[in-house]
Design a protein around this ligand. Sequence first.
Ligand code: SAH
Length: 456
Amino acid sequence: MNHRKNDVLTLKIEDMGNDGEGIGKADGYTLFVKDAVIGDEVEVKIMKAKKHYGYAHLEKVVTPSPYRVEPLCPIARPCGGCQLQAMSYEEQLRFKQNKVLNNLTRIGGFPESDIPIEPILGMDEPFYYRNKAVFPIRADKDGNLITGFYAGRTHNIINNRRCYLGVKENEQVLDIVIAWMERNHITAYDEAAGNGLVRHILIRYGFSTKEVMVCLVINGKNLSRTEDLIEDLREIPGMTSITTCTNTKQTNVIMGDKIDLLWGQTYITDYIGKIQFQISPLSFYQVNPAQTKVLYETALEYADLHGDETVWDLYCGIGTISLFLAQKAKQVYGVEIVPEAIKDARHNAKLNKIENAKFFTGRAEDVLPDKYEKEQIHADVIVVDPPRKGCEESVLDTMIQMQPEKIVYVSCDSATLARDLKYLCRHGYEMKRVRGVDQFSQTVHVETACLLVRKP
Ligand code: SAH
């Protein structure tokens, strides 16, 4: 049977794609259905028909899956942020466990029976976990100030002040700032024209200190009439830092580089485990510190340090993993491309009185071979936590030459992880342990930690 655009049909969703879309078959023809949940019987309309597969719009859930739940957020479906809110959390975890396993078998080429996968570590509270939120402020066509999130793949804002992934303080902050703007006729930024003053509101929360930071990103040098804004924001328990950040460029980049203090101090403090971090509006910081701790503790357990090891931490960011490892190793070296992150890493080391961590600015693919060739550096353990695209092959080659006893690979994309593991396992390493950690419930993302040991 030929399937065409606009055909309406009923099918059972039998699998989930990597982006959280439901997958079902109608007479052997595969359809991808966004917003459908595995186990659903659905009525769909074909939007795009290719020869062997197509994309369909979910028209109606005929029989809901046993894993289907009512999303907490009323705009979960149109909003681009969450892909899995209509799925029970248990099933989300099963989806992520399978995603890691599938990538390791399909891309990594590991037989399933050889993969030493441990059960994924889920979150205690799968909502309200993000410590950072950035809300764009815009005017709608009637001139009313709105804020919220972009609808999937667009720049259209769905007006919403309550996001269930963020902390409850976010909504209070937005109410106060927007009311202040309305009272004082302060304009919102207009992306197309490049005028208007307030672009974004950045809010950060220290889960372990309960400190709150608010930063208004503005298309101008400063804000006036801020007395009552400050007074109202200070009513929020834990308010610690109120700043502006100037960004007058007509760009998609949210933050500028100049921070000005309105009230309090320019940073908040937070902890991951015992390690303290000072976070400014411009610092990179993990958005889910509770699960970051779980992930890095898993990495630390895999590294199994006894105190006499030399450890390299590649793609070290602000040194979170390095400082974790330094508590148990003789010496840690971190490598990171962003100079500001290295500055933070050194500052954080000092703050925590950690003296056995040293940081280098540069690309891992330059720094590591350079140090290896010129200084014959040695590593007992190499930890990597690369961005989504994984490691450059040249980095993997240097790692292989250095012959560390162990490699601990922390990854935010199990597809590139699988590719890199395949390479390392062809060159003398063996996968000993692997485990998913959920840092981003309601979304399709999953972090993975993996232990590789050098074959004798
Ligand atoms: N573990 C870190 C975060 C790692 S995220 C932390 O907790 O802070 C990946 C990091 O790799 C980012 O900080 C990014 O800036 C850095 N990076 C990206 N490409 C790089 C490269 N080629 N060499 C070194 N670091 C790189």
